[in-house]
Design a protein around this ligand. Structure first.
Ligand code: SF4
Length: 324
């Protein structure tokens, strides 16, 4: 299903955010390719730069308080970081869509859900209101929002969290974007609903061939849904590869620690494994490897020299002084 054609290509992306508390170097030189039709996961702890990177793909940060360098190329051609506002408006929703973690926060509580879906449909097509209604109801049926005609006229407070996330997905895919960026879309849901929504993403990819960038802090979710994964730590991608390779042979100590910390069914009665310490402050300069203070394999040079990316195979990249 995955081809070598790229829908998005990020090269040496750096993002500095200017805040009241000083400048935060939130993303520190990441490279990432998303192939057509693949589900690519970005996994890491809170504050590692996952969401900042996702928002940069649609240039959603306030340009006045953000410094970008590097490239984000859509379809191997246009650099999103150089697009004009008019070009960005055309890109957002039509070619690249974004789903946030909390649908309650993302939907307008005063508007009926059907109207919020048709608004998106009409913004990116020439359909009249009747045609947009028919498309919205059909999408809602496909995504399990039953009975669609009745739900169409309900307000967000009348639906459960799982149904609201389906509404968000319906609005996001209504214009058939080539890339869907989903930022922790299942985190606010209970476990049963999480599984259903993950199945829905797989179904959408199967039916439409859409690429999905799936952002999560949960490696279990990555195993469930992704083809490839990039592991982020302190604003850098420290390991990247096929999900099977990363689970079978994780190379970076942080990836290993994340996988070991996934709760297992047979673990009853044992303590859960946690990574000691906490990630570094991204407002301070980081010398050497950012993971060194928490890494059980750290050597002297890890504290002074930044590790370089090296290839374990054509599809597996690691950023660590220990080459295995
Ligand atoms: Fe650990 Fe050193 Fe590798 Fe960093 S470079 S992950 S500190 S071994």
């Amino acid at each position: 299903m995955i081809t070598m054609d790229k829908v998005l290509s990020i090269s040496n992306l750096n993002i500095k955010l200017h805040t009241n508390c000083g400048t935060i170097h939130a993303v520190r030189g990441i490279n990432l390719d998303i192939a057509k039709g693949e589900i690519h996961g970005i996994v890491g702890e809170s504050g590692c730069g996952k969401t900042v990177s996702a928002k940069a793909i649609l240039r959603l940060h306030n340009d006045l308080f953000t410094n970008y360098s590097g490239e984000i190329k859509y379809d191997s051609k246009s650099d999103i970081l150089k697009m004009t506002n008019k070009e960005l408006m055309n890109l957002r929703g039509k070619y690249i869509s974004l789903i946030f973690q909390d649908p309650v926060q993302s939907l307008n509580p005063l508007l009926k859900i059907g109207g919020q879906i048709t608004e998106t449909i009409r913004a990116h097509s020439k359909l009249n209101s009747r045609e947009a209604y028919i498309k919205a109801v059909s999408l809602m049926e496909d995504l399990g929002i039953h009975p669609a005609e009745e739900r169409f006229n309900q307000f967000p407070f009348e639906l459960s969290g799982g149904m609201l996330q389906r509404v968000m997905i319906a609005a996001a895919i209504s214009s058939n974007p080539r890339l869907l960026v989903a930022d922790e879309p299942t985190t606010a849901l209970d476990v049963t609903m999480q599984a259903k929504i993950l199945d829905l993403f797989k179904e959408i990819r199967g039916k439409t061939g859409m690429s999905i960038l799936f952002i999560t802090h949960n490696f279990g979710v990555v195993a469930e849904i992704c083809d490839r994964v990039s592991v982020m730590y302190a604003g850098k991608i420290v390991e990247s590869g096929n999900v099977k390779d990363i689970f079978r042979r994780p190379a970076h100590p942080y990836t290993k620690a994340l996988i070991e910390s996934i709760p297992k069914a047979k673990q009853t009665g044992k303590r859960m494994i946690a990574i000691p310490g906490s990630p570094p402050e991204l407002s301070c300069e980081i010398k050497g490897c950012a993971f060194a203070p928490r890494c059980e394999y750290a050597e002297e040079k890890c504290f002074s020299e930044s590790p370089r990316e090296y290839k374990i195979s054509d599809s597996h990249i690691n950023l660590c002084h220990l080459k295995k």
